[in-house]
Each structure stands twice: as structure tokens, then as C-alpha cells.
Design a protein around this ligand. Structure first.
Ligand SMILES: Nc1nc2c(ncn2[C@@H]2O[C@H](COP(=O)(O)OP(=O)(O)OP(=O)(O)O)[C@@H](O)[C@H]2O)c(=O)[nH]1
Length: 508
């Protein structure tokens, strides 16, 4: 117990130091480009976004095969920990677990540690390893939403394998069974089941066999981050493993970039691949020893055939004072937990072109209470005024997207950090959360279901415009009057999130 506390306070010191260093650097963190790129990649829809990341030497060999555990420098390790905080799950193979006995936490940066996932077709994970022990002692940053350790294994196998499964199960490890593919765990089914559990992003860190498997399945990968250290190790790399397997369609990178991080070079980009195999809704057989169904809140509608699903749950007509009209009021559910899209529809929009539309993310503090920290309330009201004037139009109010998707509790935590000088983006990152967790594909789907042919979109956010293409034929910026409370927030939207709110008052 004392030992665990000692470890935790050491971690707290490290986090404080990192936070101080990050503040001092204030935006000049050498891996900022990598983090921003990955963050964008994590917004890809229709499947579980996956970041493949590993360190290699100049000759392409990787640590696991040379017996050297650490080949990247301290700076790239910190970057890796930052990337860890951005993903729901962190996946490794059992070989790495056996060789390194890793912790798989995000120790060097503030933020939430991902759920450790071990691919272990033969169930070789020893009950005494660090990950199982950490699970037992409650170490780590688990937030109670997910189990603390998942081991993925193939169905079937000898009786002693299932005796080991039971022993691990008794220690609280969540065992997932997936079909076998060439003697290994099916990667596709693994990702499906993780998604069914609520893991909406996965980072893959190794070892060599696992990296090789993903390099041979480019359609499953979103981002690739390779750290190249200035050493020759003379070992084997994932490609030698693939050559031995005779694999041919390997991954190549799109939008490739690089940056120097400490003494290493980090190469990153998107996986260029054929159209992705969608993650469809079938999650048959997801009951492992524990059974996914037993985990609270993890079962929800999944996108079918890669399309975002929205389902109309209720509708009625009501007189809306702010619009001075009788409107249709429809409530849609989406696959995202806790999210509802409320459509307020004025006039007949079916088959109509250039329908005025606003996609508005819930903001309790701004919309309801009139907080001056943001411009949400004025934007909502100015669109309702527009609806009052126009013969037709649609307001999509996204409930559950409070705080750009991080929720009210974390938004207020982010406000606390903003009081200490961080801007809105860095405040989110310091909490281990992406700058913006929202996606707007479901809004497009609602508009499609309403039969709208094209829209005039009221927004300053380029992400909304991108998501609503080709429906959004015209984009109308929404003016905001800055005040002393929201000027930094507006400037950050303009300078770091690319919002088009160009206000003359915000010259600097
Ligand atoms: N995380 C975080 N969210 C905030 C903060 N201030 C406002 N929000 C949330 O931001 C969301 C609105 O997003 P914005 O980025 O302001 O604007 P947008 O909706 O993307 O774009 P517009 O079309 O210009 O309205 C609402 O859910 C607010 O609750 C903040 O400081 N931190």
C-alpha cells in the first residue's frame, strides 16, 4: 500500500514538472505537430481510429528484437506518453508484455492513462505481471468507465488455457475471445469488440509481430508515428517479419511529415489505404469470460456499414417563442453515448435548397446561464432571430457535446486551468483530452433524413463545413461581440482552431 502511494506521488511530481515545462515552452513543444495530426486522425469516422506507433533504429530494427528495451530518447518518450493520453486503449502483444513487463500508463504527462489491451492468443500472460498486479492494486488512472486490463485471446484451445483464463478472470482481468486468423487474434474482431466496450480510439505500440500485423492491414490504421533513433542496432524489424510471412499489400503513408524530437526524428502521417473496411454493428459473440455485456453503459448502437446512425426517437409540434412560430421538434439518438440531436424545424424543409441551418453544441453555461466566457449564447440567439425572419430553417442542437464533447465537469476543470493562464486548447490537452472531441457526421445524417437538399450553414467552424459537405453550399459566419471574458477564447478559436471569426477587435 505504502509502495503504491510512493509511486503515485512520484508520478504526481513528474506530472507537475511536465506541466511546468509545457507552460514554459508554451506552444513550442517539438512534437506539437504530431499531436495535432493524430488528434485530427482520431476524428475519422465509421471505424475505431487507430494510431500505430513504434520506435526503430536507423537500420529499421526495433527494440524487442535486440533485447534493448528503450531506443528512443526521453523527449520522444514524453511525446509517446502524450499520445497515450489521447487514446482510449493502448494495445501491445504478449511478447512485449513478457519481455518488458510494461506499465502502459501515461506517467510523463498529465492526463488519463489508456486501457491496456494485450493480444495474447495462447494466453501466456502471467498472473504475476505488472499489469495484472496494477489492476489488482487499483494503480493507474482508470476512471471506472472501462475495465483496467483487457486480454484478447483466440476462441478454443486446450483446457489448461481456459484454466489460466479463469485464474486471470478471478484477478479481475477482462478476457475477450475473438476468432483466430492465421493462428493469431483477428485484428478486425478485436477492434470491433473494443469499440463495443466503448473504446473509441486505439494506440498500438508493439511489439514487432503486432506492428507487422497492422502494417499488413493498412485499412485498419488511421495514423502512423515512427520514432527513428540515431543508432544502428543490427536487429530485425517488422518488415523482415512480414517478408517471412510473404505479405504483400503493406502500408504506405499519406501526408507524411517529420520533426526533430530531442535526438530522434519522428516521422508521422496518415495510413494511405484502400477504402476502409467499415466496422459494422455485428458484435456477436462478444461475451468473453466476463462478457462485455456486464460492463455498464458499454452497449450502444454501433454505426452500420460505416454510416453514422441516427434514429428518430420522438417528435411533436410546438410553438417556439424565440422563433415566433409553430415548429417541428424531433429528437434523434446517435451511436455516441449520451448524445441526442434535437432538430427544431421551421417550415417545410423537405426537398428544399439553401435551408438556413445551425449545428449548435450544447453549452449549459453559455446558452442557459449567459456566461460571458464563450460566445455560445449570443450565437444561438442570433440564429433563432434568423429563423424568426426566414420562412424555413433548421436548428440542430447537439445535447451531450457540452464543452466540445468533454462534458460539463471537464469543461469547468478546463476553465480552472484557463484561470492559471492556459488557453482553451492547452487546458483540454493538460486534462489529457483532445482539443475537440466532436464530430458532425451525425448532423449531416439528420439533415439527410429530413430530406434537405442543400443548406446555408451558419458557423465559423471549418470542421462543421467539412463534415456537412456537399450539403453545405453556402457558409455564413456568425458575428460575435468580444468582451474581456471571452477575448482569449475567441482568439484561440481563430488562431489555433482555424475558426473564421475574424473580428476587427481581435487584431493581435
Ligand atoms: N473544452 C472547452 N469547451 C468550451 C469552452 N468554452 C466553450 N466551450 C464549448 O464549446 C462548444 C462550442 O464550440 P465552439 O468551438 O465555441 O464553436 P463551434 O460550435 O465549434 O463553432 P461555431 O459555428 O462558431 O459556433 C460548446 O459546447 C461550449 O460548451 C472552453 O473553454 N473549453
Amino acid at each position: 500500500m505504502g509502495k503504491a502511494r510512493g509511486w503515485q506521488s512520484a508520478a504526481a511530481v513528474l506530472r507537475r514538472r511536465y506541466a511546468q515545462a509545457a507552460n514554459a515552452l508554451n506552444g513550442t513543444v517539438p512534437w506539437r505537430g504530431v499531436v495535432d495530426f493524430v488528434e485530427q486522425g482520431l476524428k475519422s469516422r465509421g471505424r475505431t481510429p487507430l494510431t500505430l506507433t513504434y520506435a526503430q533504429s536507423l537500420d529499421g530494427s526495433i527494440a524487442a528484437h535486440t533485447g534493448r528495451v528503450l531506443i528512443s530518447g526521453q523527449a520522444s518518450m514524453t511525446m509517446t506518453h502524450q499520445l497515450r493520453t489521447m487514446h482510449d486503449a493502448l494495445l501491445i502483444g504478449s511478447g512485449t508484455l513478457l519481455a518488458d513487463n510494461p506499465k502502459l500508463t501515461a506517467r510523463l504527462v498529465p492526463g488519463r492513462s489508456p486501457l491496456p489491451v494485450v493480444l495474447d492468443s495462447r494466453l501466456r500472460t502471467p498472473p504475476t505481471c505488472g499489469l495484472v498486479a496494477a489492476r489488482e492494486s487499483g494503480d493507474g488512472d482508470g476512471d471506472g468507465r472501462l475495465p483496467r486490463l483487457v486480454i484478447v485471446t483466440t476462441r478454443g484451445g486446450p483446457a489448461d488455457k481456459w484454466a489460466r483464463a479463469k485464474a486471470l478472470d478471478r484477478l479481475g482481468v477482462h478476457i475477450l475471445e475473438v476468432p483466430e486468423e492465421l493462428g493469431r487474434c483477428s485484428l478486425e474482431d478485436t477492434l470491433l469488440q473494443l469499440q463495443a466496450m466503448g473504446c473509441n480510439s486505439v494506440m498500438v505500440e508493439g511489439g514487432m509481430a503486432v506492428i507487422a500485423s497492422f502494417l499488413a492491414r493498412p485499412e485498419l490504421v488511421s495514423n502512423v508515428v515512427v520514432t527513428v533513433s540515431p543508432k544502428f542496432l543490427g536487429g530485425l524489424g517488422p518488415c523482415s517479419e512480414l517478408a517471412a510471412r510473404g505479405s504483400s499489400d503493406l502500408l504506405s503513408m499519406d501526408q507524411m511529415s517529420s520533426c526533430a524530437v530531442g535526438s530522434d526524428i519522428v516521422i508521422y502521417g496518415a495510413a494511405a489505404s484502400s477504402p476502409v473496411q467499415p466496422v459494422n454493428g455485428h458484435v456477436n459473440g462478444v461475451n468473453g469470460v466476463n462478457g462485455v455485456n456486464g460492463v455498464n453503459g458499454m452497449n450502444r448502437a454501433q454505426p452500420v456499414d460505416g454510416l453514422p446512425t441516427v434514429d428518430l426517437r420522438s417528435s411533436c409540434r410546438m410553438w417556439i417563442e424565440a422563433v415566433e412560430s409553430e415548429c417541428d421538434f424531433k429528437v434523434y439518438g446517435t451511436a455516441k453515448e449520451g448524445q441526442e440531436i434535437v432538430a427544431l424545424i421551421k417550415g417545410n424543409v423537405e426537398g428544399a435548397d439553401d435551408v438556413p441551418v445551425r449545428v449548435h453544441s450544447e453549452c449549459f453555461t453559455g446558452d442557459v446561464l449567459g456566461s460571458k466566457r464563450c460566445d455560445c449564447g449570443p450565437q444561438l440567439r442570433s440564429f433563432l432571430d434568423i429563423l424568426q425572419e426566414e420562412p424555413r430553417g433548421v436548428l440542430l442542437y447537439i445535447r451531450g457535446d457540452e464543452g466540445r464533447g468533454i462534458g460539463l465537469v471537464d469543461k469547468i476543470r478546463a476553465y480552472e486551468l484557463q484561470e492559471k493562464g492556459l488557453d482553451t486548447v492547452d487546458a483540454n490537452l493538460s486534462l489529457g483530452l483532445a482539443a475537440d472531441l466532436r464530430t458532425f457526421d451525425t448532423s449531416k445524417e439528420v439533415l439527410n433524413q429530413l430530406g434537405v437538399r442543400s443548406v446555408k450553414l451558419y458557423t465559423n467552424n471549418p470542421e462543421k463545413v467539412r463534415a456537412l459537405r456537399p450539403l453545405a453550399r453556402e457558409v455564413c459566419p456568425l458575428k460575435t461581440v468580444p468582451n474581456k471574458h471571452n477575448v482569449t477564447y475567441l482568439r484561440t478559436k481563430r488562431d489555433r482552431l482555424n475558426h473564421k471569426t475574424i473580428l476587427s477587435e481581435l487584431v493581435a
